[in-house]
Design a protein around this ligand. Sequence first.
Ligand code: ATP
Length: 374
Amino acid sequence: MSSALQEQAVDFQLEPALLSSVLSILDAYIDPYLGKGLISANCVRKLALDGKRLQMTLVYSYPCQTQYRDTVMAVTNQLAKLDAIDEVECEIDFQPAQTSSVNVAPIPNVKQVVAVASGKGGVGKSTTAVNLALAMAQEGARVGILDADIYGPSIPLMLGLTDFRPVSHDGKTMTAAEAYGVAAQSIGFMLTDDQAAVWRGPMAAGALAQLLNETSWPELDYLFIDMPPGTGDIQLTLSQKVPVSGAVVVTTPQDIALADARKGITMFNKVNIPVLGIVENMSFHICSECGHKDHPFGTHGGSKIAERYNVPLLGALPLQLDLRESMDKGAPLAVAEPDSEVAGIYREIARKVGAQLALQHSQSQVSISVEDDE
Ligand SMILES: Nc1ncnc2c1ncn2[C@@H]1O[C@H](COP(=O)(O)OP(=O)(O)OP(=O)(O)O)[C@@H](O)[C@H]1O
């Protein structure tokens, strides 16, 4: 049996009639991000009864820590209707899959790599990458971010790390920085703007792959790569040199940005990297004086493109002054104002991204087992 299958082994110690009732209650609870019942989604690993207390272990394949309470309340309400159960003791864990790629070597300590890309510059790709990484960490994942935007490395500023300089303890690998619990590496820690500007496609892509592989990353569930804007050589080479599990495409609703986002999706399709979804940034603006909502860059652009390419629209962020100010201060809203609406939107996007990766992994596992049976 493969280790992936062993990981999913279940331990159900209830007598058959009770087990059947418990399983049907748990499978009737549809996880909103996986779109499956808890049993079908392989979330339930252990069930045992101690007197009238049901002991249950759930293991999620995507990070969703901030949702645990709601899930436990919802299933406990249903389970406690059974005569044999008075209370439920629930342990919940999160275990993401380890991606395997036949063509590209894995990055030591990194389970999944997610590219954050945009066709056009200035649409808020780095803002999205940083807040998404922080939101994923808030949902319980171990997260890193690599700033691959050599033409405008902004992550040192956005994470308040402008003074950080990597060091090497072994002469082979460099240390990563850490901010708000997220590991970070940036070409901006090492280069002046002048040096970066003279790089061209293949050289830049090679240097970035090296930066990625020669950083001593701590154990990470997800490593986000803030890609350089555009759909040219660097993006293509990078996606072929790095084991990318999926890509998030950031756009604004403006026609010109959407046209470039389409090019981005086409590029990822060409190199067989699944597009996990679209983030529509600067989607709307709420007037701070009168509360009126308007759409300075147009409407429904992100959803149309998501529909056209059959990928999810992961979320829409407002054009908001404090969102920019927080990035300039190195204290992104996802962590500086965790109760704000914007922080909530980023956490929702983080759960969707994690779930898309998990679903994709389970689909590839199904196709492997079908081939085995033949
Ligand atoms: N939703 C938003 N509301 C207000 N300001 C925003 C928003 N998103 C991004 N910004 C601001 O817009 C500017 C560009 O954002 P960012 O650097 O994230 O874009 P980018 O697509 O990564 O750019 P580049 O192509 O230069 O890498 C930044 O000053 C950022 O703070």
